[in-house]
Design a protein around this ligand. Structure first.
Ligand SMILES: Nc1nc2c(c(=O)[nH]1)N[C@@H](CN(C=O)c1ccc(C(=O)N[C@@H](CCC(=O)O)C(=O)O)cc1)CN2
Length: 291
């Protein structure tokens, strides 16, 4: 039976340490780190994540400069706000909550954020640095996965890691991070032939597919470490709704060595790494290293 990798507990521990560090930074530099989250429209899941980010900021002492726009906000309006936030010395991190309404160009907005304030680590400059193995702001969910693997003492070097999903938010940056930790990385996706044959090779299996309980026990090697990045809300035949990951947790738990739950696994670490990135940018501004 697999050991549970508890993301909620790790997030709590890391955020407690951040709160203490921010008290010291505030005394030293006379201000707290600041994060601006731009949210467009009323997608209920996005609104909940944004609230979660603001609550976490408050908990650790980061000032929120959140901005909420109507669903019909224009590209030009958002670009103007990003330009202002880029110039605002109180703001160390900026992010655009995804997904955006169809009429908006998310990539253009991300590219507009100053790379030093790119709290999501999605700007091409920071992605390029990651690709080259240079330090910089890193995408929050993959960075959170790496922290979880480290905290769970998972050996990565020399192991076969299979990442299912190729988004810029998770799959691509995570594959690079695992490669830098000396894993042999295989990237699989919706067009991969015989996916089960690939996933069965994984010592470390990361599911970021966006399909509820898609990874079944017969797709997993015995003793594998399984990281579930999926967050899917499903409604059963009685009309009760619940959150599940991309992995059939009960089935896979029986054969994996370690596994992350949903909720309480990767999700809380996404928010924690966002706080980390904001403090990282703040410290960099004052010439100090934050790791
Ligand atoms: N600009 C971004 N947009 C999105 C990102 C992102 O990293 N940057 N990731 C996701 C959403 N997300 C953060 O924005 C996020 C998702 C899930 C969680 C989380 O803590 N989930 C909990 C369960 C929450 C619940 O009950 O609904 C868990 O897994 O335990 C945090 C953040 C897409 N958009």
């Amino acid at each position: 039976m697999a050991e549970i990798i508890d993301g909620k507990a790790l997030a709590k521990k890391m955020q407690a340490a951040m709160a203490e560090q921010i008290v010291e930074l505030q005394v030293k530099f006379g201000r707290s780190p600041g994060l601006a989250v731009l949210m467009v429209g009323d997608n209920p899941a996005s609104a909940a994540y944004v609230r979660g980010k603001e609550t976490a900021c408050k908990r650790v002492g980061i000032t929120s400069f959140g901005k909420h726009f109507p669903a019909d906000a224009s590209q030009a309006e958002l670009e103007l706000v990003i330009d202002e936030l880029n110039q605002d010395d109180r703001v160390d991190g900026i992010l655009v909550q995804l997904p955006l309404p169809e009429h908006l160009d998310a990539i253009a907005l991300i590219n507009r954020i100053h790379p030093d304030k790119d709290a999501d680590g999605l700007h091409p400059y920071n992605m390029g640095r990651l690709m080259r193995g240079e330090e910089g702001l890193q995408s929050c969910t993959p960075a959170g996965v790496m922290k979880l693997l480290e905290a769970a003492n998972v050996a990565i070097a020399g192991k076969t890691a299979v990442v299912i999903g190729r988004s810029i938010l998770v799959g691509k940056p995570l594959a690079i991070m695992l490669l830098q930790a000396n894993a042999t990385v295989i990237m699989a996706h919706s067009r991969t032939d015989d996916l089960a044959a690939i996933t069965q090779k994984a010592d470390i299996l990361v599911a970021a597919v966006g399909k509820p309980e898609f990874i079944s026990a017969n797709m997993v090697k015995s003793g594998a470490v399984v990281i579930d990045v999926g967050i899917n809300r499903i409604t059963d035949y009685e009309g009760n709704s619940r959150l599940v990951g991309d992995v059939d947790f009960e089935g896979v738990k029986a054969i994996a060595s370690q596994i992350t739950p949903v909720p309480g696994g990767v999700g809380p670490m996404t928010v924690t790494m966002l706080l980390h990135n904001t403090i990282w940018s703040y410290c960099r501004k004052y010439g100090i290293t934050y790791s």
